[in-house]
Design a binder for this molecule. Structure first.
Ligand SMILES: [Zn+2]
Length: 250
């Protein structure tokens, strides 16, 4: 029995294999991103029928074979079935899973990304917070967790501390905000308002449980979307399929 291992994780994707089986990708605390074969998961009476699906959080017991993991048992803690009927929320959800998959690595502790996914799925289901804002928050916090946090507290040009009242610009090239004096030394620079900077600073520093507790005006949201979406696409080298679907949906 020593080949059985139990991991805490979330299902990022599930792909049908053959007629009755599935291959799932899990993001876990103990093993990082791994994939597992779920035998019979597409059979009506299979205990894996519902559990081997995206957005399922739980304890996954796996048989560790020589070349791959086989799903042995699942104890589901959260399923979020109601997400399936959230439109276009579900598409945002798939994009978030795809972004987590992009950054996921085998053998790392993915606890922070798992927690972020968990609070983010709950935020999608919360009618009081706009999906577009949820996307900005998820993206910027993901970049932060992945060690790609933009410089929001000092000028990315000269290192001088900056305040929300200053006239500031967000430079994609310099990976952060720059003051008027340093604007000439970067190739790009797009005006960032104090309100947008305040919100972005909050996103990178707030405790996980408090991330989705604010809203912004539409004007600030549009500004954040511009800075953050551009930043994500500039710091990733993949076209996200789910994002293309999302762009058609909204
Ligand atoms: Zn400067």
């Amino acid at each position: 029995m020593s080949d059985l291992v139990t991991v805490q994780g979330v299902v990022l994707s599930a792909m049908p294999i053959g007629e009755y089986d599935k291959r799932i990708v899990l993001l876990t605390r103990e093993r990082g991103k791994i994939s597992a074969f779920a035998k019979g998961a597409r059979r009506q009476n299979s205990p894996f029928m519902a559990a081997a699906s995206p957005f399922v959080f739980g304890a996954f017991t796996l048989f560790e074979g020589r070349t791959s993991y086989n799903l042995n048992q699942v104890s589901v803690t959260h399923h979020f079935v109601e997400l399936a009927s959230a439109q276009p929320g579900i598409y945002y959800g798939y994009y978030f899973l795809e972004l987590a998959d992009y950054f996921g690595r085998e053998g790392t502790d993915e606890r922070e990304m798992m927690n972020l996914l968990y609070v983010t799925v709950k935020a999608i289901l919360n009618p009081h917070i706009e999906d577009r804002l949820v996307r900005c928050i998820f993206e910027l916090r993901t970049m932060t967790i992945q060690g790609l946090m933009p410089q929001l507290f000092q000028c990315a040009g000269c290192g001088r501390e900056v305040n929300e009242e200053d006239e500031l610009f967000f430079s994609q090239e310099a990976h952060g905000v720059v003051g008027r004096k340093c604007l000439g030394s970067v190739a790009d620079g797009c005006r960032i308002s104090g309100a947008a900077l305040y919100a972005m600073r909050y996103i990178v520093t707030a405790p996980m449980g408090k991330l989705y507790t604010f809203t912004v005006t539409d004007e600030v949201l549009r500004e954040m979307e511009h800075h953050i979406h551009t930043y994500v696409s500039g710091n990733t080298d993949k076209r996200f399929k789910s994002l293309e679907i999302l762009d058609i949906m909204i």
